[in-house]
Structures are given as structure tokens and as C-alpha cells.
Design a protein. Structure first.
Length: 189
């Protein structure tokens, strides 16, 4: 895989309403782990739509990994022009900072939001451009990632298209591992 689309839940779908939430640390850690192994296998591009939540956290992980893997690049393909237009100023500033660091930025439909079809087109376009999908997803909690997954499954019906998941179990294991490491360090002191 040279190109992977990355998505998952929006922050509010996870009960995360600010950038200081401790859950973000574990989500980023899981994304980094998966992306590192994909980079070792030849990954060059990460594609996101710039959606708040998992996608922008993935962008932050890509920027961190670029220090070690300068060949890694980030593309942000927004569904429509000015998607951040109605966001709060702090959120808008955070988004614009990420966009300014991306290697490639474009809008799939070259107009502001005017109908929900633009979101479906975004999912279809990004899945068509990628060699695979990395998705933070819980089968028991459908939400915005379901739309990407549906498009990916359609593509899988006619060709090989890997869908990699980060699940709640994966995140729980990271939390337990970190707690054990912290306990071991304290115990040895």
C-alpha cells in the first residue's frame, strides 16, 4: 500500500470535546503504531478529508512521523470549499494550522456546501484514490465512519482493498500497557 485513507469518529461521537482529553493520546498512539508498520511496508501518502476528530489527530501523527520518515506525505481532500467556515474560532485555527502543514490540499467539489451528496462524493472519491482504509471503528457503535466503510466494502466486492481497524479493544490494550509500564517504573524506583 502506497496510499491509505484514514478516518474514524468525530470527537463529539467519542465524547471528546477539547484537545486536552486523555483519550486523544491513546488514539494517536494507536494510529502511530499502525502507520509505522505501514510505512515499513512502503506507505507514502495518508489521505484525510479534514474532518474533526480522528482524521485531524491522524494528521498530527503524520507530522510527528515525518521527522523520522520524511517521505511520508499528507493529503487533505475536503468534501467542499471552506468546510471550517461555521466552526468555532479555536477549532478553525487548529484546522487551519494542520492544513498549512499538509503536502497537498484540495476540495473534491469546488463549491461551498450545498447538499449532503457532497459528503457521499467525498467518501467515494477518497476510497477510489486510496490503496486501503485505516478506520477507528466500533461495530457496536455506528457513526460517521460507517459511510466510509460502506464504500470500502463495495470496492472490496470487485477487488482487493484492505480495511484495517483500530477497535475499542486495541485502545483498551494500549491503556493497560501504559498503566503497566508506569506501574513497573514506579515499582522499580
Amino acid at each position: 500500500m502506497k496510499t491509505i485513507a484514514v478516518s474514524g469518529y468525530k470527537g463529539h461521537e467519542l465524547g471528546i470535546f477539547d484537545q486536552k482529553h486523555k483519550g486523544i493520546h491513546y488514539i494517536k498512539k494507536a494510529l502511530e503504531h499502525r502507520l509505522r508498520s505501514l510505512i515499513d511496508e512502503g506507505l507514502e501518502w495518508v489521505i484525510i478529508s479534514g474532518q474533526l476528530g480522528v482524521e485531524l489527530w491522524a494528521a498530527e501523527v503524520v507530522f510527528t512521523l515525518k521527522d523520522e520518515y520524511p517521505q511520508l506525505q499528507l493529503a487533505i481532500l475536503t468534501p467542499f470549499l471552506n468546510q471550517e467556515e461555521r466552526w468555532q474560532d479555536t477549532t478553525k485555527s487548529y484546522y487551519q494550522d494542520i492544513v498549512s502543514q499538509a503536502d497537498f490540499v484540495d476540495s473534491i467539489t469546488k463549491r461551498p456546501y450545498d447538499n449532503p451528496m457532497q459528503l457521499r462524493q467525498k467518501n467515494e472519491f477518497i476510497i477510489a484514490k486510496a490503496d486501503g482504509l485505516l478506520l477507528l471503528y466500533d461495530e457496536d457503535k455506528p457513526g460517521s465512519p460507517t459511510f466510509y466503510l460502506e464504500v470500502a466494502k463495495k470496492r472490496q466486492a470487485s477487488e482487493s482493498f484492505p480495511v484495517l481497524f483500530i477497535t475499542p479493544t486495541d485502545l483498551d490494550l494500549l491503556v493497560q500497557e501504559e498503566q503497566f509500564d508506569n506501574f513497573s517504573t514506579e515499582w522499580e524506583s
